[in-house]
Design a binder for this molecule. Structure first.
Ligand code: ATP
Ligand code: MG
Length: 137
């Protein structure tokens, strides 16, 4: 069954949005198969966002991801990679539709509270980066 990697970033955890965000994935009907709270190192954040290393915001982004606890999760279900991104909304919360997580709960791109894998291959890589096989139920 299809799986995706979803993370609530330090701003989402700090703002107390864990239950709200998990609830949206649960109510849709996706299945939670792994979850842990982890404070990633900067090196780990750089690995997670390696595709963006040439972007001007890369350093600040990695500093931010490693600045506090992140709730790392794996969600499973038909179409979960693509639909998970729909639930999350556009990268820039100014452009996210109302009804999406970022549209309803965030304002600026550098504090957009949640990450979701952008495709099936990325999802596999990110699940393997963040979780050991025995952590998936
Ligand atoms: P994520 O990978 O976190 O789910 P995304 O796939 O919607 O987000 P990416 O292009 O992968 O968007 O960018 C990764 C993250 O980098 C964004 O979520 C955002 O926090 C940050 N980011 C993207 N563009 C900018 C920007 N122009 N300025 C500052 N931060 C940015
Ligand atoms: Mg991305």
């Amino acid at each position: 069954m299809e799986r995706t990697f979803i993370a609530i970033k330090p701003d989402g955890v700090q703002r107390g949005l864990i239950a709200e965000i998990i609830s949206r994935f649960e109510r849709k009907g996706f299945k939670l198969v792994a979850i842990k709270l982890i404070k990633p190192s900067k090196e780990f954040a750089q690995k997670h966002y390696h595709d963006l290393k040439e972007r001007p915001f890369f350093n600040g982004l990695c500093d931010f991801l490693s600045s506090g606890p992140v709730l790392a999760m794996v969600w499973e279900g038909e179409g979960v990679v693509t639909y998970g991104r729909k639930l999350i909304g556009a990268t820039d919360p100014q452009k996210s539709e109302p009804g999406t997580i970022r549209g309803d709960l965030a304002v600026v791109v550098g504090r957009n509270i949640i990450h979701g894998s952008d495709g099936p291959e990325t999802a596999k890589d990110e699940v393997n980066l963040w979780f050991k096989p025995e952590e998936l139920v």
